[in-house]
Design a protein around this ligand. Structure first.
Ligand SMILES: Nc1ncnc2c1ncn2[C@@H]1O[C@H](COP(=O)(O)OP(=O)(O)OP(=O)(O)O)[C@@H](O)[C@H]1O
Ligand SMILES: [Mg+2]
Length: 256
């Protein structure tokens, strides 16, 4: 099956006064339509930088991102707008992703209005999305600071899927939440993915979580994808020492 999203040789180095930090080094991979792909690796290995490169939020030093077989030029506003109508990113800190003085309902409506929905249709759909995300119509009237972390994350997912993206990138979306809320958000994500058939790029330092959701997993270490394969193989037969350590540490932790 041809790729929905393809990253080819993406690299990004951050420079400080005294040193260069290669955060993403020559990363290539693709996401198929409807696929749930996981990206796992320890804190600081470059996962969020890679997510930002895929969204054009951080410019790559080299490499390309292609969508539907078309290489993207993030400097082209029309191409970017079309890309964002099909690819959405949800961050770890959902509260910070909402405008503090806008109600949750109006924040959810905004992408729909930007992409040509009428106000009445956007309003109606925002309520349906809140319900689908396990919230209530009353949450539309609230402001971000009036929601719990879990409620905020549900609202962020509702907003991201409002324009029916073909790919949702989730960057550590449950790492600030307690275990119960984390499980609920994962269930929500799986339900929405099954309904919409969208692709998922699920990013987490927690490989136990990644393997619950994804068919295939990329393992990242120090900016490089060091191993990739079907989730079951990665968990049961890791090839790289680093992957073995990641899996052993994660599964030992869950037993405690
Ligand atoms: N804007 C930036 N300027 C300089 N260095 C940065 C910048 N963004 C990230 N880095 C560095 O790049 C490296 C990778 O960071 P990144 O946030 O991508 O890691 P991560 O895998 O997402 O970590 P975590 O699991 O903690 O979220 C880190 O060493 C980080 O300090
Ligand atoms: Mg990160």
């Amino acid at each position: 099956m041809s790729a929905l999203l393809e990253a080819a040789s993406l690299s990004k180095t951050f420079f400080s006064e005294h040193n260069a930090l290669p955060a993403v080094c020559n990363v290539s991979f693709s996401v198929a339509p409807g696929e749930c792909l996981g990206l796992a690796g320890a804190s600081g290995c470059g996962k969020s930088t890679l997510a930002r490169l895929l969204m054009g939020l951080t410019p790559a030093d080299s490499g390309t991102v292609s969508f539907n077989g078309q290489p993207l030029d993030f400097a082209d506003a029309a191409l970017r707008k079309n890309y964002y109508s099909q690819v959405q990113l949800v961050f770890q800190n959902a509260a910070a992703a909402f405008h503090p003085r806008k109600s949750i309902g109006s924040s959810i409506m905004l992408p729909m209005l930007n992409y040509g929905c009428t106000k009445a249709a956007a309003q109606e759909r925002s309520i349906a999305l809140l319900l689908a995300a396990g919230l209530t119509p009353q949450h539309a009237e609230k402001f971000p600071h009036q929601l719990s972390g879990g409620e905020c994350q549900r609202a962020a997912i509702a907003r991201a899927i409002s324009i029916k993206p073909r790919l949702l990138i989730c960057d550590e979306i449950t790492s600030a939440l307690d275990v119960q809320t984390q499980a609920e958000i994962i269930q929500l994500l799986l339900k929405l993915q099954a309904e919409t058939k969208m692709s998922l790029l699920f990013i987490s330092h927690d490989i136990t979580l990644v393997q619950e959701i994804c068919q295939r997993i990329l393992i990242m270490q120090s900016g490089t994808i060091i191993e990739s394969g079907p989730a079951l193989d990665i968990i049961t037969r890791p090839q790289q020492h680093y992957t073995r350590e990641l899996v052993t540490a994660a599964f030992n932790l869950t037993k405690i």
